[in-house]
Design a protein around this ligand. Structure first.
Ligand code: TXA
Ligand code: MG
Length: 320
């Protein structure tokens, strides 16, 4: 079991010693280590069982520090950073040689963000190095949005979890970069694309891995429960499975189904609010995955605002 608490000094000294710590952010919990220490970075990959071709995001608390680790910040990306940091935005920036190859999987750009969580910001402020932090889950599984999610899956492998409560956004950061003056979104996430476009004009979305060597980690199958996870029209799916004696879990935006046990139905937002749905998504998927069920049936969200990012996660969770 990892010790859990709000002791920033303890977290700091563990990180300075090359150890890993679970940290809260507004998006999801991270598995953090010193990004400039290749041994610490290697143990992040080992702990998560993450393939080394999948690069990591580095986290810091200020633009001044970030400038030590990147060659430049293109003007349009600077506009986004000024507006949305600290917040659920990750920028791909040309890296300085001091950033280890293992962090970027050898790519020329490093992913950087300033997260918005008071405990983690205070921790970052006290550190001279950035924290490499992927989501704190075994590779391919649902991301953690509460300290107990981290404890349950990685608690045996790390000494400390900084307890920042439940994550307010609940979806990973939106990943943004620029190629020849065109802004690209490489991962849909907690920052709505419309908010980005309002500042820098139309963006292109490029979230498919097979044709996208720039974001090798965006694998088709990800965020996946261990149970079969089927996405579609819930009425139809329930009808299709009803007579087969299978125990069904239901993940829906607002509706419950009176002919099924209520405890195996998870509603993401009673009022249909997509921000609230994003907040609840991963915890609801985990809760269903832990129940004694044969499969999980889920529906897509309305395709606007954060609904797009939620649908991206649902599609990957359902992919084989
Ligand atoms: O909200 C978040 O971003 C969370 C919190 C902890 O900050 N972190 C997170 O990290 O989601 P992770 O490792 O689970 O996902 C990072 C994604 C991967 O899909 C990876 O491929 C992509 O970012 N990425 C990282 N560095 C990259 C790079 N240099 N070029 C392209 N994609 C990169
Ligand atoms: Mg992840």
């Amino acid at each position: 079991m990892a010790e859990t608490g709000k002791d920033i000094i303890r977290a700091k000294s563990l990180l300075e010693a090359g150890k890993l710590v679970g940290i809260p952010t507004e998006t999801v919990y991270g598995l953090a280590g010193n990004a400039l220490n290749p041994d610490a970075v290697a143990s992040i990959f080992e702990t998560k069982k993450r393939p080394s071709f999948d690069p990591l995001i580095i986290h810091s608390d200020s633009m001044e520090k970030i400038k030590r680790w990147v060659l430049e910040i293109p003007e349009k990306l600077k506009i986004l950073a000024d507006e949305f940091w600290p917040g659920p935005l990750t920028l791909l920036l040309p890296r300085e040689a001091i950033v280890p190859d293992l962090v970027t999987s050898g790519l020329d750009r490093v992913a950087v963000r300033i997260p918005s969580h008071p405990l983690t910001l205070e921790l970052l402020k006290s550190l001279e190095f950035p924290l490499a932090a992927p989501s704190a889950n075994p590779f391919g599984y649902i991301s953690p949005t509460r300290p107990e999610h981290v404890q349950k899956q990685l608690g045996d492998q790390i000494p400390y979890i900084l307890d920042g409560g439940a994550c307010k956004v609940g979806l990973e950061s939106t990943i943004v970069g620029i190629e020849d003056e065109q802004i690209f979104i490489y991962r849909l996430g907690g920052l709505d694309v419309r908010e980005i476009e309002a500042l820098v004009g139309p963006v292109q979305i490029k979230t498919h891995s097979s044709s996208n060597p720039a974001a090798p980690g965006l694998l088709e199958s990800h965020y996946a429960p261990t149970k079969p996870f089927i996405l579609g029209d819930l009425d139809q799916l329930i009808q299709d499975h009803q007579n087969k004696k299978v125990r069904m879990g239901i993940l829906s935006l607002q509706r419950t189904f009176s002919n099924l046990p209520i405890e195996s139905q998870m509603i993401l937002s009673e009022k249909g609010d997509l921000k609230e749905a994003a907040q609840n998504l991963f915890a609801a998927m985990r809760a269903l995955d832990e129940q004694d069920l044969d499969l999980i049936l889920a529906e897509r969200m309305p395709d606007h605002g954060l609904g797009k990012a939620i649908n991206d996660r649902l599609n990957r969770a359902a992919a084989k």
